[in-house]
Design a binder for this molecule. Structure first.
Ligand SMILES: [Zn+2]
Length: 80
């Protein structure tokens, strides 16, 4: 469930964050490291379908994962 009080960082190019992957991102993984981020902060990793499971597991293992959302709902940085 999306926490409406959380504020995901705006995203730039919709390119997968997977290592060496340049595929178009379909998903945003919203995460928070309580040691360095305020509770409502949401860092965003972008992912293609292929890397979603891997990136999810990486964040889950560390207890950082908050939400997975389609990229459509993410705020884009101001475009020129
Ligand atoms: Zn990828």
């Amino acid at each position: 469930m999306v926490n409406l009080f959380a504020t995901p960082d705006p995203v730039d190019e919709l390119i997968c964050s997977g290592k060496g992957c340049r595929a178009e991102a379909q998903w945003g993984l919203l995460w928070n490291n309580p040691k360095i981020h305020t509770p409502e902060r949401r860092k965003v990793w972008l992912s293609c379908d292929e890397h979603l499971a891997h990136l999810k597991e990486f964040l889950n293992l560390r207890g950082f994962l908050k939400d997975v959302v389609p990229v459509d709902v993410l705020e884009k940085r101001d475009e020129l």
